[in-house]
Design a protein around this ligand. Structure first.
Ligand code: R5P
Length: 313
């Protein structure tokens, strides 16, 4: 068996474009699998090639229709396990259900842990993901979790941009680690916004810790859903004297409200999740993570270190 034959990448139905891009970067063909829905809505899967003794990678982002894609991933893993794959890596550019990662109040679930339990029970041997909402989610698993960082691709972009006296700003406490790491990579200072979420649809900005007067701001967040966090942060930065606000978002869930960008001058987002069909592309720039994931998959398959891609700083 040659090295190229020893692993195979399959695609779930959540993000076939990214799967194809990664396969192209790896110079391989995607694995052959049939995924269909039975008349009652159940998912049926058949692997159409031999995977016995092979290292299998399955790409699935748990977004847009998270319940469907999670179930589909579990079924694919089960099929690979029963077809005697040597190992099964769930490649999850976006790990859905990650924001419910602790009991913040009484009588709520910890869905990030529930998803980990389900994946392990189905038979996953490893998870490859990017910018987990909380690094600790790695500890919800008893199998290896490789957490890549989108800032690797963002840092390259921002280095090429002509920003004036730029500073990195975290829009809330939760994103401080991502923001600090990007600031370190770019050799920039860091400021922080004190945000409070009033409810799912409303956020309140209380203060800005740091000085940004007359500077260009790079706002960094892991997720953009309703865009309330980023819009409020951007407005506050502009009120505090920022000249330009550019945004780096790892995972663009993008509710419709993103169409009105408010004071955000431009927004960079990875393709961990496909953009919604009705997304207004003005000012939105998609940065591909295909090469990052292809390098990680190649390194895992060849048992090489990927810590340079997983540095959290
Ligand atoms: C919060 O903890 C996350 O890091 C994001 O800031 C949040 O999910 C963004 O949500 P929205 O776009 O709805 O404000």
């Amino acid at each position: 068996m040659t090295e190229a034959d020893s692993f195979v990448l399959f695609s779930g139905t959540s993000h076939p474009e990214l799967s194809k891009e990664i396969a192209k970067d790896l110079s391989i063909k995607l694995g052959d699998v049939q995924i269909e829905k039975f008349p009652d809505g159940e998912i049926g899967v058949q692997i159409l090639e031999n995977v016995r003794g092979k290292e299998v990678f399955i790409l699935q982002s748990i977004a847009r229709e998270p319940n469907l894609y999670l179930m589909e991933l579990l079924i694919l893993i089960d099929a690979m396990k029963r077809a005697s794959a040597k190992s099964i890596t769930a490649v999850m550019p976006y790990y859905g259900y990650s924001r419910q990662d602790r009991k913040e109040k009484g009588r709520v679930p910890i869905t990030a842990k529930l998803v980990a339990n389900l994946l392990e029970k189905a038979g996953v041997s490893r998870v490859l993901t990017m910018d987990l909402h909380a690094d600790q989610i790695q500890g919800f698993f008893d199998v290896p979790v490789d957490n890549l960082y989108a800032r690797v691709v963002f840092a390259d972009k921002f280095k090429q941009m002509k920003l004036e006296n730029p500073i990195v700003v975290s829009p809330d406490i939760g994103s401080i680690r991502l923001a600090r790491a990007l600031a370190l990579d770019l050799g920039l200072d860091l400021a922080l916004i004190d945000k409070r979420r009033v409810n799912a649809n409303e956020v309140q900005v209380n203060a800005l810790i740091g000085e940004i007067e007359g500077q260009d701001v790079i706002l960094v967040d892991d997720i953009c859903s309703t865009a309330k966090t980023l819009k409020s942060a951007s407005d506050f930065c502009k009120k505090s004297g920022a000249k330009k606000v550019v945004v780096a978002v790892s995972h663009g869930l993008f509710d419709k409200s993103i169409i009105d960008h408010s004071s955000i001058d431009s927004l960079f987002v990875t393709n961990s999740i496909p953009l919604p069909k009705d997304c207004d592309m003005k000012n939105i720039h998609v940065v591909s993570i295909a090469k990052l994931f292809a390098n990680a998959i190649d390194s895992i398959a060849r048992a090489k270190s990927i810590s340079s891609l997983c540095r959290s700083l």
